[in-house]
Design a protein around this ligand. Structure first.
Ligand code: SF4
Length: 698
């Protein structure tokens, strides 16, 4: 199979390279450029955001890497593929011989296709025999996944099609800002907006909060308490759905023992949200004909993130929403393949099909597909931050292969992560551009991007999509699948165990996922090419897919959902005299994740060229800062600089920083790697900081 031989020359229907909405678009190759045309696909209904419109610019960017780079005498120098792959394989073999199999580690990404995520997991477990693999999705959706598994017995971000949202007259959005991060999504909220039923919970008055009929702005890190207060109001005000709870759930009594202590007035003292508003939310949701509770990163990225999501699920269950057609609970996935990327084996504790790596039956099934003995498969490894933190330590990995991730910008406590990377004997990065992480590597491998290759993605509603190849890749680059194949062969594996053709990999993935929670076995490229709307599970080729989960039963053995008792604990790092403010981080419309792609697109980088910090004008003035000044923001982990934006709607105790910028503008120089005990997700969303002028003290 060669990409260049099959590249079409006419308009090709595909999907945007960025977020989990996976908007439909057509790409038309033209001399020197590729034209983007929005497509009428259910997720975007013909809409695209600015990132989607400009996405083709990266295909012809001068920043594009087209030759492998190898570090010689401290400098990255052009090399050949054979030299680069030979070097990597030799060093991996030496390092593992000297320090054991777990001395080699792999770090993946939530933007990789299903085929890449699957083959990366197989490469780690079979070619490297290492347990040390995780991915940046751990930073993104793992708390929602943990809470969904506990409550429903399965983790699919939205267990219903996006278009169902349009019928709702009440939607509670918690810690989500889709008007900025995925604008075409907002059209699905029109029913709730028109009915005056859009409620937004966010410490900031975001563009999404601006559209809401009710905006609740709790103190950062207190939204678990807010969920307890609203649930208390549901019960106290007679809005509780007794028949649903009796017939479809278990465990409410243990939840009530905690919730009984969180009456709205007490919650008001912690969150700052008026008790009357808590009661209004309870009434709006309970009295709506159709209602949804939706959460996102603002809920999850806490050291108690999984519990916080559980608290909102408890509320939804008490109202009888999940599993009722036209109502429900869901989590909005962020990264393009954040859903599929966590189903097929690049997560430290997982095998394909959303199987657990410590489950003997799962190990036997997958080992059989892979042609190895179950005992040869390693066990669970470290989670993403723990893996990065362990690099170069006595027991930690000494070599790291990074695919589709830019951890120097996106990981918490970023300076420490960069320092850990610098201790490695071998750092390899596969990327399309020289990202900040690639710039530190010993070997950089230039790889294809979305429009230059074929593969499947699973969008935020669990629908599997085919991304078609639209253009020829530049000479000199290879696909990630080809990279894994080239390395596997050099590590002594048979070539056909690591196919380079995406459809062949998908055929194997189907078999590996058969019988698992995320069962793709009935999905084929043929069905996807025919335009079928296939939401997993799809357990047979004749199966129509499962757009709506839970209508008859939840995925626990007894078919019932579980209430999970959780209590408020607050942020891991409360403000104090030295660091009196709280910082939160997030995305802006024009940039995506670490900005490795979007900062290299002129229209986007011109629109938002540098980091900024949103701050209340009084908070800024007290520190001698005015709009447009450069500010220094410091935490216990480090400090960063950003341009001041005075925003009168900001809470005076809070600053906001976008996390897309490199160097000394990295928001993640500040963030706290305190981890959720279940999901191992870091507390990106709140840490204690100090704000000052660049030269002075606050
Ligand atoms: Fe759609 Fe997301 Fe792409 Fe914007 S970034 S066009 S919302 S898929």
């Amino acid at each position: 199979m060669t990409l260049t031989a099959t590249a079409p020359a006419t308009a090709v229907d595909t999907h945007c390279p960025y977020c989990a909405l996976q908007c439909g678009m057509s790409l038309t190759p033209r001399p020197g450029e590729t034209q983007v045309t929005p497509r009428d696909f259910p997720a975007n209904a013909g809409g695209l955001c600015q990132k989607g419109w400009t996405s083709a610019a990266l295909l012809t960017s001068p920043a594009r890497l087209t030759t492998p780079l190898v570090r010689v005498d401290g400098e990255l120098r052009p090399s050949t593929w054979d030299t680069a792959l030979d070097l990597i394989a030799r060093k991996l073999t030496e390092i593992q011989a000297a320090h054991g199999k777990d001395a080699a580690a792999v770090f993946g990404g939530g933007g990789l296709t299903n085929e890449k995520a699957y083959l990366l997991g197989k490469f780690a477990r079979v070619a490297l025999r290492t347990s040390q693999i995780d991915y940046n999705g751990r930073f993104c959706m793992s708390s929602a996944a943990a809470a969904g598994n506990k409550a429903f017995g399965i983790d699919r971000g939205l267990p219903f099609p996006l278009t169902d949202l349009a019928e709702a007259d009440a939607v509670l959005l918690v810690g989500a800002n889709p008007a900025e991060t995925m604008p075409p999504f907002v059209q699905h909220l029109r029913g709730a907006t028109d009915a005056g039923g859009l409620i937004v919970v966010d410490p900031r008055r975001t563009p999404t909060a601006e559209q809401a009929s009710l905006h609740l702005a709790p103190a950062p890190g207190t939204d678990l308490a807010l969920a307890l207060g609203i649930l208390h109001a549901v019960v106290a005000d007679g809005l509780f759905n007794w028949s649903y709870v009796d017939t479809r759930t278990r465990g409410f009594d243990a939840v009530w023992r905690i919730v009984a202590r969180w009456w709205p007035e007490r919650v008001e003292r912690i969150t700052g949200v008026a008790a009357a508003d808590q009661r209004r939310v309870a009434a709006k949701l309970a009295r709506a004909r159709n209602a949804y509770v939706l959460t996102a990163r603002g809920t999850e990225q806490h050291a108690s993130g999984a519990d916080t999501v559980s608290a909102w699920i408890n509320l939804a269950l008490a109202l009888g929403l999940p599993g009722r057609k036209g109502s429900g609970f869901g989590c909005l996935t962020g990264q393009g393949n954040g859903q599929g990327g966590r189903e097929h084996g690049q997560k430290a504790d997982q095998l394909p099909g959303y199987r657990k790596i410590d489950d003997p039956a799962a190990r036997e099934h997958v080992a059989n597909i892979w042609g190895v003995e179950p005992d040869e498969l390693p066990g669970p490894g470290r989670s993403a931050y723990e893996l990065l933190d362990a690099l170069g330590t006595e027991d930690g990995p000494r070599a790291l292969l990074v695919f589709g991730s830019n951890v120097v910008v996106s990981a918490p406590r970023a300076a420490h992560v960069a320092e850990r990377l610098s201790t490695l004997d071998l750092l390899v990065v596969a990327d399309l551009v020289l990202s900040e992480t690639a710039a530190l590597a010993d070997v950089v491998l230039p790889v294809t991007q979305w429009a230059e290759e074929e593969g499947t993605m699973t969008n935020l509603e669990g629908r599997i999509l085919l991304r078609r190849q639209a253009i020829r890749p530049p000479a000199g680059v290879r696909t990630d699948l080809e990279v894994l194949n080239g390395l596997a062969i050099r590590l002594g594996q048979p070539a056909d165990r690591f196919p380079v053709d995406a459809e062949t990999v998908f055929t194997e993935l189907r078999a590996a996922s058969r019988g698992g929670l995320a069962d793709y076995s009935g999905i084929s490229y043929e069905r996807l090419r025919a335009g079928e709307a296939l939401h997993w599970p799809v357990p047979a080729e004749t199966h129509p897919g499962t757009p709506r989960l839970f209508l008859d039963r939840f995925a626990h053995a007894d078919g019932r959902a579980r209430f999970v008792p959780v209590d408020h604990v607050g942020p891991a790092e409360p403000p104090d005299a030295e660091f009196p403010l709280q910082a939160t981080t997030g995305r802006v419309l024009q940039h995506y994740q670490s900005g490795a792609q979007t900062r290299r697109i002129e229209e986007l980088s011109d629109a938002v060229p540098e980091a900024y910090v949103e701050v209340h004008p009084d908070t800024a003035a007290r520190r001698g800062l005015a709009d447009g000044d450069r500010a220094r923001i410091a935490s216990r982990r480090g400090e960063t600089t950003a341009r001041v934006r005075c925003v009168p709607t900001m809470r005076p105790d809070l600053v906001f920083l976008p996390f897309h910028f490199p160097g000394d503008q990295r928001a993640n120089l500040l963030t706290n790697p305190a981890l959720d005990p279940t999901s191992r997700m870091p507390e990106f969303k709140v840490c204690a900081v100090n704000l000052s002028t660049v030269d002075g003290d606050s």
